[in-house]
Design a protein around this ligand. Sequence first.
Ligand code: AMP
Ligand code: MG
Length: 407
Amino acid sequence: MRPFTSTISLEEAKKRLESANRPIARTERVRLEDATGRVAAADVTSPIDVPPFSRSAMDGYAVLSGDTVSSTRSAPVRLRLLDRIYTGQPSSLTIERGTCAEIATGAPLPKGADAVVMVEETAQSENGTEVDVFAAAAAGQHVGRQAADIAAGDRVIAAGDVLSPARIGAIAAIGRGDVDVFAKPRVAILSTGNEVVEPGGTLKPGQIYDVNRFTLGAVVAAHGGIAEPHRAAQDTVAALVDSLDACADADLIVFSGGSSVSERDLVVDAVAARGQMIFHGIAVRPGKPTAFASIGVRNSSTPFFGMPGNPTSCLSNAYILLVPFLRALARLPPHTPRTIRVPLGRRIASAVNRHQFYTVRLRDGVAFPAFKGSGDITSLSQADGYIEIPADQSVVEEGTAVNVTLF
Ligand code: AMP
Ligand code: MG
């Protein structure tokens, strides 16, 4: 056994992770149906005007605004009805002085007309050949002018934009059915440990079900990655090196377990065989035995996380370290979880000299400790969020106002 010779601070770990991050360069073309949440790889410029033609914004009558100047309810102006214009059916007629055309919302404004009077401010004659206009129409009224939304040549999407529903709508509006986006990072996920088996079967003595593969997979999928699960590896350096090789074409490799001193630093030895350790051991609780390395240093290098085996340590550090790293890799903006400030319901004594992430449950606007142990997944699954206790603080008294970061 080799004990941790030293740990680095959380800040230092974050700094090293940031400087090791190489945002993904690979791109792909996806259909708009599949574009939600993806990151645009290039500017998108419109080849057309939107709307492509001037159109009515109301159901009513296309008129010459000049004809209606004197219109009032008691002294309406009477116009001759020339045509009925429906959506998708441009009119070939020209509106001249004293005439108008019935027009539907979204239908092309006929030549000559420069305003629309809404139907509520009009009345048709009995025989349907004339229209009384009860109010003056200003030029441009209720008209959606050609190119008012987007002009040909306008940039509708900038490279790096996250494609929200509205941005996908803007791409559709200019007539494109697909968009170039950055590829989602492929994240190889692998659990280590002789005792770890797939859920679904029966446990033999000494075995436990794999938790980390699923928590890590869920985190990866939720933050812009593609989780690629691999079979759990046995606790030998040779097996771990084989596993590293099997994961070599991923954009990011995440192992769990085998990185604490009790297992002879298996991950440390495997990393030494295939790459370079960037840090191993962080002054946080839970999650101290977390490693970060670069695998395959010669031609290409793949970032590697060695997460703790304890499920709560693993997931906690996945939130704190893996999520920011993965999002930067995927070119997504930082995740900003919601926080609330509430009083603490019970005193917490914290490990000295380690930055602690302490899970809490909320009850009636008060935060109660939820942390059981690093190995207990319910420390997290039955919590609403966590508070942070800095390394230099050892006690948080009952009643203290604390900032809870919500899951
Ligand atoms: P390790 O980091 O490999 O020393 O593991 C620490 C603890 O976490 C041990 O009790 C392991 O059995 C447990 N553990 C490791 N990997 C997993 C996993 N994938 N799912 C659930 N528990 C695990
Ligand atoms: Mg293990």
